[in-house]
Design a binder for this molecule. Structure first.
Ligand code: CAA
Length: 288
């Protein structure tokens, strides 16, 4: 158990993977971060460095100086290099085929590890089934921005062993997060509630009931949300919102979870939110 709390491995150097990596480094852990793309790893290292520097400047980095903490980050393009981590957290894009491929390979190259997925809505039970150790597969769903949001949804697949749930709950606490146990159902709890709200906000704009700005102002001022639902769509990624809606649609109720056509149009035009520099709003400095 002690070892579990000292180092982790992460697959996927996108927004979520790098956020988990930064959080684990700031908590004093050694982190191995794997991605197929060298460029994604370079970007992640730069972003993590910036995040750690900011914490250090604020006097909030307890695990050492930003340089010393960053020195505990190892990056690699080979899943086999993650083999000695007790827990591997997969944070790859939300594609069942991609995640299943990663889990099959991890099952071979890292026979001892607990395999956790940061999937935001896919079935853990199905993912566990592609491995030869389904009792050691579990969901650890973090929230964006990971360094700030305190929740980890811990998703138990039908096959997950008790000690595995307990280990990842302890890991979440070691990362400064609060674990909450949620059943393996499409969208789990937060996304099943949050993403249809974003989708409905897009329908309000699509139908000309209000502008995107008015919708966001209304929800900030009328419902005390920290940011409006459409600014949140831009933060989470419009592609992610559409992907989660499709999963809810397939798994729960065809009609109720139709993705809003406006979201699909933005996606087809490549306007995915902050990460592409434009979604409902424009983010000139962040795109590219
Ligand atoms: N990384 C690290 N720290 C960040 C950050 C980031 N990306 N963004 C903001 N912060 C920090 C800031 O540095 C600041 O820290 P200090 O207080 O120490 O100075 C703090 O957060 C507050 O930031 P700001 O004052 O700039 O802005 P804010 O008050 O609007 O807070 C926010 C930013 C915390 C993101 C807030 O807008 C918020 O809570 N938004 C909603 C987030 C949310 O709902 N997330 C869930 C998305 S759904 C999801 O992730 C699941 C999925 O599967 C799709």
């Amino acid at each position: 158990m002690t070892d579990t709390l000292q180092r982790i491995a992460i697959v996927g150097a996108g927004i979520m993977g790098r956020g988990i990596a930064q959080t684990a480094l700031a908590a004093g852990q050694e982190v191995a971060l794997c991605d197929v793309s060298e460029a994604a790893l370079d970007n992640a290292r730069e972003a993590i460095d910036g995040g750690l520097q900011r914490l250090d400047d604020k006097g909030r980095l307890e695990a050492g100086t930003a340089e010393a903490v960053l020195a505990r980050l190892a990056v690699t393009t080979r899943l086999a290099d993650l083999a000695d981590a007790p827990v591997i957290i997969e944070a790859a894009p939300e594609s069942p085929e991609l995640k299943e491929g990663i889990f099959r390979e991890l099952d071979t190259v890292a026979p001892e590890a607990i395999l956790a997925s940061n999937t935001s809505s896919l079935s853990l039970t199905r993912l566990a089934d592609v491995t030869g150790r389904p009792e050691r597969v579990v969901g650890m769903h973090f929230f964006n921005p990971v360094p700030v949001m305190p929740l980890v949804e811990v998703i138990r697949a039908r096959q997950t062993a008790d000690h595995v749930v307990e280990t990842v709950e302890a890991l979440a606490r070691a990362l400064g997060k609060t674990p909450v146990r949620i059943g393996d159902s499409p969208g789990f709890a937060v996304n099943r509630i949050l993403i249809p709200m974003i989708n409905e906000a897009a329908f309000v704009v699509e139908e000309g009931v209000a502008t995107a700005e008015a919708v966001d102002d209304a929800m900030r001022l009328g419902a005390n949300h920290p940011i409006g639902p459409l600014a949140l769509a831009d933060m989470v990624g419009i592609d992610v919102v559409v992907a989660v809606m499709k999963i809810l649609q397939d798994g729960l109720d065809e009609a109720k979870y139709q993705p809003c056509p406006l979201l699909r149009r933005l996606m087809d035009e490549g306007h995915l939110g902050r990460k592409t520099g434009r979604g409902f709003c424009e983010y000139p400095a962040e795109g590219g």
